[in-house]
Design a protein. Structure first.
Lengths: 178, 354
């Protein structure tokens, strides 16, 4: 459980990629581990895509920029195309298969296709595909305890949007069972 | 112990400044620093402070100048091109011996450059922030926690020595989130009998001015200021030594690139190469004492920067020809990777037989 995780999350701006990364980072914080979260903020963001690097470790984190992830969460085809070759052997890819048309087979990498956007819409949780994918990642890797992942979602939903907490927790559950 | 929270570097510097008693912030937006100003705009009104988005960086630094004259704890922040615009005002502050905190979240240059992280303003920060004979103190945090710690300390040092203090960060540190414990808010702030805060007919009035038309008078002031700098050089150096006790190859890196250098040192040790890292935390005063500690056994220095090679000058001055100094850098907004730094260490290790 307490292994190092170097994650890249990528998708279009507005899909909640940075928020999904923050849930993972907060989970690390709750378990008192070393954590870093680094967003892309460059021209690629203005072009409509967003990504972030998240590290969770037990030793101090050197570069927070993840170049060889062991976890890749993608929410569109260009992000998969860009990052699939960088995933470490033994790593995992979680892809939103509603939006990622081509689900690749990568040697020594587990690839999970979850129709997260479709599941979100069917269940009335529009715009929570990101949280569904975090739920799936948790179910596959158990990068923190189950209590922690729920607490992390609770902390990430701002006080001003408390009404949205139940749907966020429900989306997490959907992902965990997907 | 206070609560650990996950925050962005830019926002942490703002919050920490407020906790240090900063009640005036003047700035102008620029990537990758804008979150600092945005945070100030939300928080300052709630603590009875003033946030003002000026019409330009030049206006902002002159507002800092004014607030500092009146004795306030005051901050401005920008990124590289904006800092160049503030240079004149910082020189005026130095000429008046005024405290104040200036944040530079560096981006690639020269010119408008790019918006990705860089460390190419080292020379500007340590050599020539503006015209004239003067220095600013420069802190170079390398974690979000240090951004909190040194933003807080910067206000104390600025007041203690009556000197502008710069926090030299970069786009990576400014944008990233890490766990941080924020400092407890400061209670009492130091008296400032020199400030132009109203004499109430009880003392002669204070004047803040950097214009001295009598050459002898100006020389005397400059000499006296440099005598004060001597005590800063003696007492305020800060650096971290990492695995340097038996190191043959000693890396030198600050801020973001120090994180990468540290990873490369750990990887080199795993390969049996005795590498270490001197991480300057103060860039002025440059921590020459820390370099002296490793001088007798180091076979080589390798300076790692996100620039074409600027701090390497200070490492050469510290070495003074005793130990050879090499350089590795990436620029334009590229963050070096631990792998490429390690490759350089291995190459140099072969050369010096370390």
């Amino acid at each position: 459980m307490s292994r190092t995780m170097n994650a890249v999350l990528a998708g279009f701006g507005g899909q909640g990629i940075l928020f999904a990364g923050k849930i993972i980072a907060i989970a690390g914080l709750i378990e008192d581990r070393e954590v870093s979260w680094l967003p892309s903020y460059g021209p690629e963001m203005r072009g409509g895509t967003a990504n972030c690097s998240v590290c969770v470790a037990d030793d101090p984190i050197g570069s927070p920029l993840v170049l060889r992830p062991d976890v890749l969460v993608v929410m569109n085809q260009p992000s998969l195309d860009k990052f699939e070759g960088s995933v470490q052997p033994g790593g995992i890819v979680v892809a939103d298969s509603t939006l990622v048309q081509r689900i690749p087979a990568i040697p020594n990498v587990k690839v999970c296709a979850v129709p997260a956007t479709k599941l979100a819409e069917e269940n009335g949780y529009k715009a929570l595909a990101n949280v569904i994918l975090v739920g799936k990642l948790f179910a596959e890797t158990h990068f923190c305890s189950e209590e922690t992942i729920r607490a992390a979602v609770e902390q990430c939903v701002p006080a001003s949007k408390k009404a949205k907490l139940p749907s966020n927790l429900a989306a997490l559950e959907i992902g965990m069972n997907a | 112990m206070a609560e650990k929270v996950l925050m962005k570097g830019n926002e942490v510097m703002a919050e920490s400044a407020i906790r240090a008693g900063c009640r005036f912030f003047f700035g102008y937006p620029i990537t990758p620093q804008t979150e600092l100003a945005a945070y100030m705009s939300k928080r300052m009104p709630k603590v009875g402070g003033t946030y003002l988005q000026a019409e330009s960086e030049i206006a902002a630094i002159n507002m800092v100048y004014g607030a500092s004259c009146a004795g306030a704890r005051v901050m401005t922040s920008s990124s590289s091109p904006g800092i160049s615009l503030k240079g004149e005002g910082i020189s005026y502050m130095a000429g008046c011996d005024l405290p104040g905190v200036i944040v530079n979240v560096q981006r690639g240059g020269p010119g408008l450059g790019g918006i990705q992280p860089s460390q190419s303003d080292y020379w500007q920060a340590t050599r020539a922030t503006g015209h004239g004979d003067f220095h600013v103190m420069v802190y170079a945090p390398s974690t979000v926690q240090e951004m909190a710690d040194y933003a807080f300390l910067a206000f104390d040092k600025a007041d203690e020595y009556r000197i502008p203090v710069m926090l030299l960060a970069d786009g990576m540190l400014g944008q990233m989130m890490e766990p941080v414990v924020l400092p407890e808010p400061k209670g009492e702030l130091p008296e400032k009998p020199w400030a132009t805060s109203g004499h109430k007919n009880k003392r002669a009035h204070n004047i803040m001015d950097s214009l001295y038309l009598t050459a002898e008078e100006l020389e005397d002031l400059n000499v006296a200021r440099f005598e004060r700098y001597q005590s800063i050089l003696r007492d305020e150096q800060r650096a971290e030594l990492f695995m340097t006790d038996d190191a043959d190859i000693v890396l030198a890196a600050y801020g973001a690139s120090a994180r990468i250098a540290r990873s490369a040192v750990v990887a080199a040790r795993e390969k049996g190469i005795k590498a270490g890292l001197v991480r300057p935390i103060t860039l002025w005063p440059f921590p020459t004492d820390a370099f002296e500690q490793v001088m007798s056994h180091a076979k080589l220095f390798l300076t790692v920067e996100m620039s074409m090679g600027q701090m390497v000058d200070d490492v050469r001055l510290a070495s003074a020809g005793r130990v050879p100094v090499e350089f590795f850098g990436r620029t334009g907004g590229i963050i070096p990777t631990p792998v490429e730094v390690l490759a350089r260490i291995e190459e140099l290790s072969g050369k010096v037989g370390a």
